[in-house]
Design a protein around this ligand. Sequence first.
Ligand code: SAH
Length: 235
Amino acid sequence: MSKRILIIMAMAAEARPVIDQLGLRELPANPQLTSHFPRFQGEFAGKEIVISLNGKSTEYGVDRIGTEFAALNTQSAIVELAPELIINAGTCGAFSADADIADIITSDQPVVYHDHRVPLEGFDRFAMGAYPTAYCPEYFQGIEHKLGVVTTGNSLDMPDIDRQWIRQNQGMAKEMECAAVAATAHLYGIDFLPIKSVTDHIDIELDNVEQFLNNLSKASQKLSETLIRVLTNIN
Ligand code: SAH
């Protein structure tokens, strides 16, 4: 039987190149879910692949980025598809000393939150989280990539307190979904792997939003190429 791999992605623009390059077909909306998550399915390299998007907000017309919809998307896809591996693919910010634009970051260390601060015994560690990844060097054989901590929060900007947390936790990829997807995968005992491509440098003057928009297409193309090579390598 072929391995079932679920890929969770927040933004349609991040996912378009890989959906096209893998020739995935959109699944019909699930009638039980009033606000469904767009899903694309196909076979590739002997694996069954489903890409599930967070979808667009009906109220605001934009992609439902961030942790809440990432967790809901992941859980509903797990229940419907019973995947054996979950990949969260997307874009991220990074410090300029760590990575260039469009560089690929994955992780062999637990995924954390940088904006869940609860200074109470026990709750502090629960809030920050530490969700395991299933990194295997063979998956990235021949693929240029960096290994670092992926750190999640619900803002695109970086106030000083978030910066401190990210530095303290050796964060390398700053983004908005990964810990939520990893936590959901962990809840169901399913292997989890992050793959992120850098759209912006979080330590330089140019506004993150402007950088993000300038680099989104380049980073998404690199993400697609990398995903296809990783999917090929996975056994
Ligand atoms: N849709 C907005 C930008 C969203 S950016 C627009 O078009 O203007 C946020 C998305 O990209 C999130 O899904 C997040 O995971 C990722 N991301 C990229 N760079 C980020 C950064 N510096 N901080 C947080 N999230 C980042």
